[in-house]
Design a protein around this ligand. Structure first.
Ligand SMILES: N[C@@H](CCC(=O)N[C@@H](CS)C(=O)NCC(=O)O)C(=O)O
Length: 368
């Protein structure tokens, strides 16, 4: 029974960002109720509080609402600093934040393909949406009534660049990521040692909530027992380990970061140039449009076209801010690692036209 005096976490099992925050809450041992919101609550209380139907959301015991998994985790980390999920060393800290951007902003290409293009997964998700959103209705009726929700989700495929030309690359990228993580996690309990970092939770969300839970892609994990064990560990605290010593980011993660910089970051660099161009053409603007048209991109070696979604720049600022805050020694350590994984140039993106979140919306910190 939910108690208004405890933190309320609202999210469905099928939601990757909710899986990220739910696992985080459990790891931290923060008392909370994990509430799976019905459609009535999503379109009533939640939409009223944060401006739209979205998950996860959190209502703190004092009535404050939080939205966006990164902001939820940041606020809770500030209130519950120990054990921290931000490693103290600059290399590890940056690695963790980069993996968060990757999990939140690039893995959706894979998981929206696997969920909505694999018929068994799509059928499962429709049933899940009905079970969570309209639990009091018979399944057939619930599935019909939640159609607007799943149709909107399935409609993101085109925006994200999921198309005939990219599907082989999307699948190659997804399967390779799992294989690379498996090789790494066979040696380490978590990505950066004996304790999960923010990047663990961000990668876990899409891998678990879509690719592993959805029955038509669970076999992707057949040859990845270390990834399955890691997903179980992330949901079964307590965990009492620590990050690897000497600020080490193991070489077994190099290929993950090399691909991140070779494909995802190239798209983000393109996005940044388009945002800057738009701002220069629209002096005085306080918000940048949600999308700035379509652009060519590469995933798993396959080329296609996807939408430039400007909100991603807010996420990119997180590792850039961390990098900018390092002292000279920290910067040198981070740069050495970045050069190893082909990411040094990527971290030098212009810092112009800063985005901030105000009232649950992303806006320009200063007018363009
Ligand atoms: N950046 C947000 C993304 C949240 C998000 O997209 N949540 C999905 C469910 S996993 C959602 O509610 N989508 C509703 C919609 O797009 O209309 C976060 O990290 O919380």
């Amino acid at each position: 029974m939910a108690s208004p005096n405890r933190l309320q976490h609202y999210g469905w099992d099928a939601s990757p960002y909710s899986a990220k925050t739910r696992a985080y809450l459990r790891f931290k041992g923060i008392p909370h109720d994990d509430v799976h919101p019905t459609a009535r609550r999503l379109y009533g209380e939640i939409q009223k509080a944060v401006g739209r139907m979205v998950m996860p959301t959190v209502r703190l015991p004092d009535g404050t609402w939080l939205q966006d998994s990164s902001e939820i985790i940041d606020a809770l980390e500030a209130a519950h600093p120990s054990p921290s999920i931000a490693p103290p060393g600059p290399r590890q800290r940056l690695a963790s934040l980069l993996l968060e951007v990757h999990g939140d902003e690039w893995l959706p290409i894979v998981i929206m393909h696997t969920r909505w293009n694999v018929p068994e997964n799509a059928a499962f998700a429709r049933t899940e949406f009905a079970r969570e959103g309209l639990p009091w209705l018979p399944g057939f009726l619930g599935r019909a009534l939640v159609a607007p929700i799943w149709k909107r989700m399935a409609g993101y495929r085109g925006i994200l660049g999921i198309q005939d030309s990219t599907i082989p690359g999307i699948e190659a990228f997804g399967r390779e990521l799992i294989a690379r993580l498996d090789a790494h996690l066979a040696q380490h309990a978590f990505l950066l040692g004996g304790r999960p970092c923010l990047g663990d939770f961000a990668l876990f969300g899409p891998l678990w909530a879509h690719m592993w839970r959805d029955p038509g892609t669970r076999h992707w994990f057949d040859a990845a027992p270390a990834v399955v064990a890691w997903m179980e560990r992330l949901q079964a605290p307590p965990v009492s380990g620590d990050f690897l010593p000497d600020d080490d980011v193991p070489e077994s993660l190099d290929a993950v970061f090399q691909t991140l910089f070779a494909e995802h970051w190239v798209h983000l660099t393109d996005l940044k140039a388009k945002i800057d161009g738009w701002c220069e053409a629209n002096p005085g603007a306080t918000r940048v449009p949600r999308s700035l048209g379509d652009t060519p991109f590469l995933i798993g070696g396959a080329s296609g076209t996807r939408r430039l979604l400007t909100s991603a720049w807010w996420m990119v600022q997180r590792p850039l801010d961390a990098y900018d805050a390092f002292d000279a020694a920290g910067r040198a350590a981070a740069d050495g690692w970045l050069r190893r994984v082909g990411g040094y140039e990527g971290l030098q993106l212009p810092r112009s036209h800063r985005f901030v979140r105000r009232g649950f919306k992303i806006v320009l910190e200063q007018p363009a």
